[in-house]
Design a protein around this ligand. Structure first.
Ligand code: ATP
Length: 451
């Protein structure tokens, strides 16, 4: 059943809080604007996305290695990259209502004009540039010689570690480095739930290629990103836009950039990015560090400064897209068999669902509970996230699992005691089939592989 975009966001935010996906941060102290806690289901969903990504793009490929670099690095990293000088957003304030806006966002909706305050029509201040780097200081004194920055992207760590990876990983061009971790930006206008926050997780790849191979590698990564969006996240084509960035809007060093945009309930906005960064990063760091960062071809001794293709994935924006895409309301028969009622259901792909299978003894009777616990244990042994729930009416327990996106519920009833079978209910079709107790864990495992 289609849900209107305005209603969808409210439903999503309240479902996330009620069921334990995402809560407002620091809530017992009155909240802290734009910070969010991932609850038990949210943290697991996020981890499942991260693991699926790492398995696919690092473990699953011969031309990739994964690394982990610090959040606080040498400040020269961000001077060389240009972030200290230019990583800023243009901001304007309304002189009347004091609201703050990103000038580029206002101009986007106003055909290139700044106009007046969209909230109160008040006059706007001149544009000021606001640097997004979070500053901190190291050690006991706070003078400028001790200033450091929280990384605004994970990419910087990979450019800096390139020399050591090149020398130790025994990889030949083309190959890539991947990293997942927190990034920090002092955003002027955070908002839209977890879409834009001041700290967020990125999953990034720097793919190093010979200059002449960069256009082809870009195409290959575009295909890889499309396959991820379609086959793993299962976002409908109609909700995803691959936006080719025009020459005038691209960073000066980039020869091609595509923004992958998703239609969130609040509009079509960036989900991921893919950029051909040329040799910008390695040449800047080579110059600033006075190091030779070229790659030496072991076959002929040729020295090459690789070009970089950078596919970048925001993890929190992925969580939001996945939740938004798969939230649904359908009509089901009431438990009493009189008419129908709405059912809220998160149709998460099984690979990503925080709980794979719920085990529900029909009643808290010892003979049912012992079978149910046996099934739970066999699922856990296979590494499947299980939820065991023995209280409340079976209808309510199904609804709860539907809302957290559990693909299958297994009900142990009195027949199970004599026939050694139980009922497996599918979240999406609501079909129920009988299955031998001993087969369930293997069946669920196979189904997840098919995703
Ligand atoms: P935007 O235009 O929305 O500010 P950006 O182009 O600055 O994004 P990048 O620098 O390309 O973003 O960062 C790579 C990815 O990191 C983005 O595609 C997005 O998924 C994620 N990301 C960037 N900023 C934020 C943020 N403030 N909160 C959550 N995720 C973010």
């Amino acid at each position: 059943m289609p849900i209107s975009p305005e209603k969808k966001m409210d439903l999503l935010v309240s479902l996330c809080k009620r069921r334990g996906f995402i809560y407002p941060g620091s809530e017992i102290y009155g909240g802290f604007a734009n910070s969010w806690d991932y609850g038990p289901y949210g943290a697991q969903l996020k981890k499942n996305i991260k693991d699926a990504w790492w398995n696919r793009f690092v473990i699953g490929r011969d031309d990739m290695v994964g690394i982990e670099t610090p959040i606080i690095m040498h400040p020269k990293v961000w001077e060389a990259s240009g972030h200290v000088a230019t990583f800023s957003d243009p901001l304007v304030d309304c002189k009347k209502c004091k609201h703050r806006f990103r000038a580029d966002h206002l101009m986007e909706v106003n055909q290139g004009m700044l106009g007046r305050c969209p909230l109160c029509t008040g006059e706007l201040t001149d544009i000021k540039n606001f640097n997004l780097l979070f500053k901190t200081s190291i050690g006991v004194t706070e003078d400028t010689s001790h200033i450091a920055y929280l990384r605004p992207e994970t990419a910087g760590g990979m450019f800096v570690a390139w020399k050591n990876v090149r020398d130790s990983a025994r990889k030949r061009l083309p190959f890539g480095i991947a990293q997942v971790g927190k990034a920090f930006r002092n955003e002027i206008t955070p908002g839209n739930f977890i879409f834009r926050t001041r700290e967020f997780d990125q999953m990034e790849i720097e793919y190093f290629v010979r200059p002449e191979d960069s256009a082809r590698a870009f195409e290959e990564w575009l295909i890889a990103m499309k396959a991820w969006v379609k086959n793993i996240l299962k976002l409908q084509d109609a909700n995803v836009v691959y936006h080719e960035i025009a020459d005038v809007d691209r960073a000066f060093y980039s020869t091609r950039t595509i923004d992958v945009e998703y239609t969130y309930p609040f509009g079509t906005k960036e989900l991921y990015g893919l950029a051909n960064r040329s040799d910008y990063d390695l040449s800047r760091h080579a110059e600033a560090s006075d190091m030779d960062l070229r790659y030496v071809d072991s076959a002929n001794g040729e020295k090459i400064l690789p070009h970089i293709i950078e596919p970048t994935w925001g993890l929190d924006r992925t969580v939001l897209a996945v939740l938004s895409e798969h939230l649904d309301i359908d009509e089901v028969d009431t438990a009493e068999g009189e008419g129908t009622e709405p059912r809220m259901v998160l149709r998460l792909p099984p690979l990503l669902a925080p709980v794979k299978v719920a085990i529900l003894p029909l009643q808290k009777k010892e003979e049912l509970v012992s079978i149910a616990k046996k099934i739970s244990a066999s699922c856990r042994e296979k590494g499947l996230a299980v939820e065991y729930d023995e209280s409340g009416s079976i209808g309510k327990r199904y609804r709860r699992q539907d809302e957290v996106g559990t693909p299958w519920c297994v009900t142990v009833d009195f027949d199970s005691v004599t026939d050694g079978a139980c009922t497996v209910r599918s979240r999406d079709s609501m079909e129920q089939v009988r299955m031998d107790v001993g087969e369930i864990a293997g069946w669920v495992e196979e189904k997840i592989k098919m995703n």
